[in-house]
Design a protein around this ligand. Sequence first.
Ligand SMILES: [Zn+2]
Length: 97
Amino acid sequence: MPDRTPPPGARRPLGTGCPECDAPIDATYDRCPRCALPLRGPVATQLWHVDRALADLRAKEAELLERRGGLLARLLPMTSSRPWERPRPGSGPPRRC
Ligand SMILES: [Zn+2]
């Protein structure tokens, strides 16, 4: 298992601290040194997997939000400052004076 100890003061990503109190822990701990949460056993393993899945989802969400922002930034310059020029399906051609 790779050492994922973050530098001091850095916010740990989900899944690298105690799931309850976020105290720094590593694979050598049987219990959290701060809140005594058990860190071994099938339930703790399930919790670890859930936290990993949540961290992956949050990373994916951040990626999608960044992509969304980029796409929106590409579309916004294409909006017309004259709304009557926007095509409206079913409304027919624009009226001419
Ligand atoms: Zn704890």
